[in-house]
Design a binder for this molecule. Structure first.
Ligand SMILES: *Cc1c(COP(=O)(O)O)cnc(C)c1O
Length: 351
């Protein structure tokens, strides 16, 4: 990665390490022995990333007609699970071409049946479950409670068929907590059970990794005969393969606080703003020098344009700052056009 960044001639730039992604996805695939692995495309729909992931996953989870068209345009034969709240009739009509449709409400199921097209359905559950003593209330509009599920059951027929349930219940959980949730769902439902994504990614500790081995083993143990168990991670698959590299324009002190202003900003990498964390970064060239707390900001005219707050670093104008863990919910969730700065180039390390 370092060499590739040093060869860059313009900043800011995104860099995706496809070889690292290939290796990581292969390891996840191995750990998920006997478990179906889908990738949640909303984490990062970049076509080059999807091509690498397609070697390892059983399918893709999409959450809009746009993502559906994107994925089926790239891979004619791919298995696609079509989810997302608020599907329009136009989107539901695509369901006939999806491997599975994740239905979010009785009203949505009625509209799907009315279209008269064939569809294979998983009902999305909204469960109130407890993890490690703490109530994890999955409030909000997603999925259905038991009453709504009961309302759906008589609506199935020859064309629109019930295959099982879908339960993306939480995000940012470690393997033991996710296994507790999965156990709850797998105990009560037969057929296909999609236990969702949400595997933890720690931006505070970039070396920490979700324990795929124990999650895979745990799911295999929980699976009952006849059950098909599926997961659909997003962030934990692609976060680590992306970098946002840029240059320090200015370093200054204001009221005793040090700031480094870099080219670009959080309109290219919104992750630290949405998650409220310090985005981990490396400085090139590496310098043996006194580090002091510095706040790294971008070029936007808003106090929200902050990548990292008061983190120890030694930064000078011209230095290259490489933000790590920029492969998921990064470029594709950012508000690119705000302030009309140039867009970053995108580079790929082949894999
Ligand atoms: C966003 C989402 C995922 C992926 O979540 P991650 O936290 O990125 O793993 C999976 N399933 C559904 C239904 C989602 O909305």
């Amino acid at each position: 990665m370092r060499d590739a960044v040093q060869r860059l001639t313009s900043f800011p730039a995104y860099l995706y390490d496809l070889a690292a992604l290939d290796e990581h996805a292969a390891a996840v695939r191995r750990a998920m022995d006997g478990i179906e692995l889908y990738y949640a495309v909303k984490a990062n729909p970049d076509a080059e990333l999807l091509r690498v992931l397609a070697r390892h996953v059983d399918g893709f989870e999409v959450s809009s007609g746009g993502e559906f068209a994107h994925v089926t345009g790239l891979f004619l034969e791919a298995r696609v699970a079509f989810g997302g709240p608020g599907k329009t009739d136009e989107e539901l009509a695509l369901a006939a071409r999806a491997h599975r449709v994740h239905v979010e409400s009785p009203g949505e199921l009625r509209r799907l049946v009315r279209l008269g097209l064939p569809a294979e359905v998983l009902l999305r559950l909204n469960l109130e479950v407890r993890v490690e003593g703490a109530a994890l209330r999955m409030d909000g509009p997603f999925g259905m409670d038991a009453e709504a599920v009961a309302e759906c059951l008589p609506l199935f027929g020859e064309r629109v068929r019930l295959r099982g349930v879908h339960a993306h219940l939480a995000s940012g959980l470690a393997a033991p907590q996710l296994l507790q949730l999965a156990a709850e769902v797998l105990r009560h439902h037969a057929g296909e059970v999609n236990v969702g994504g949400g595997m933890a990614v720690s931006y505070a500790d970039p070396q920490a990794r979700f324990d795929w081995e124990s999650y895979g083993k745990g799911l295999a143990e929980l699976r009952r005969p006849g059950q098909v168990v599926r997961i659909e991670p997003g962030r934990a698959l692609t976060a680590y393969c992306g970098y946002y590299a840029t240059r320090v324009i200015d370093v200054k002190r204001v009221h005793g606080r040090s700031y480094a202003i870099v080219q670009g900003g959080t309109h290219h990498l919104r992750t630290p703003v949405t998650k409220g964390h310090d985005q981990p970064f490396t400085v090139l060239p590496a310098r043996v020098g006194r580090e002091e707390p510095v706040t790294v900001v971008g070029q936007l005219c808003t106090p929200k344009d902050v990548f990292a707050r008061d983190v120890p670093a030694s930064l000078r104008p011209g230095d290259i700052v490489v933000f790590e863990m920029a492969g998921a919910y990064a470029w594709n969730i950012s508000h690119h056009d705000f302030l009309m700065h140039p867009k970053p180039a995108v580079h790929y390390l082949p894999g």
